[in-house]
Design a protein around this ligand. Structure first.
Ligand code: ZN
Length: 247
């Protein structure tokens, strides 16, 4: 970048490495993508990371100037991300849509147990958050696996594999080969939300589209209208991505 070639860039953009820069104090990772056809700014609602994707034919200098022009958008996107909920003693964590307090004492066993609105935990404070998150993920994987297999049996379809991950934009996804993956964070949501997501994915094993027959099957498998579950995820979903992230 030529010095002084653009006063607005030099005053707002600060270089911190070959591919990263800061935009008004916000760290931005610049990634050159051979597949990208246009410049794209993305804010990851899980980590608050800001990524600038740049097509090969666009210079880094032009890409950064473009990013400067979208500074307000980046700030608004970051401001819209709910505050993180770190998991520690006395933190409130939703489980099946209901807040549970982390009731921790060092003398107790490390094994986590649920009792009347509390998650009872022990062991050293170091690693408590990791232990609680691993326990929640395992619980999510077991519940989603059982519920998916039960609904698949009712729909008369074969399930190859059920897994969980931490995707940013989808609560569930299915492959043509009969595998279904969910966000483990569905364990925070009320049961009607989790079940509607399962019904949606199982119905995709029968209909790989969002047509009328697909929607009729979702409703039949769920025994209810899935619209309230969709509305719940739209409204509350962003906060679920922030649990266990103390920033
Ligand atoms: Zn779908």
């Amino acid at each position: 970048m030529k010095r002084g070639s653009s006063s607005i860039i030099s005053s707002i953009v600060t270089f911190s490495g070959s591919n990263d820069f800061t935009l008004g104090g916000v760290a931005v990772t610049l990634r050159v993508s051979p597949r990208a056809t246009r410049l794209r700014l993305r804010v990851d609602p899980r980590t608050r990371a800001v990524l600038l994707t740049v097509p090969r034919r666009v210079s880094a200098r032009r890409a950064m100037a473009w990013a400067v022009g979208h500074r307000d958008w980046v700030e608004a996107a970051l401001a819209a991300i709910p505050a993180g909920t770190p998991i520690g003693p006395d933190a409130q964590v939703p489980l099946h849509g209901r807040l549970h307090r982390i009731d921790w004492a060092p003398g107790r066993p490390r094994r986590i147990e649920v009792a009347d609105g509390r998650l009872i935990a022990g062991g050293p404070i170091e690693g408590l958050e990791g232990r609680v998150l691993r326990w929640l993920k395992a619980l999510a994987a077991a519940r989603l696996d059982a519920e998916t297999r039960a609904l698949a049996a009712r729909a008369g379809v074969a399930i190859v594999r059920v897994g969980v991950g931490d995707p940013v934009s989808r609560w569930g996804s299915c492959s043509a080969g009969g595998g279904i993956r969910y966000s483990w964070r569905l364990i925070f949501a009320p049961e009607f939300v989790r079940r509607a997501t399962v019904a949606h994915e199982v119905a995709h094993l029968v209909h790989l589209n969002h047509g009328a027959e697909f929607h009729a099957l979702v409703k039949r498998l769920l025994g209810a209208d899935p619209a309230p579950a969709r509305a719940w995820l739209k409204r509350e979903g962003p906060a679920l991505h922030r649990i266990g992230r103390g920033f």
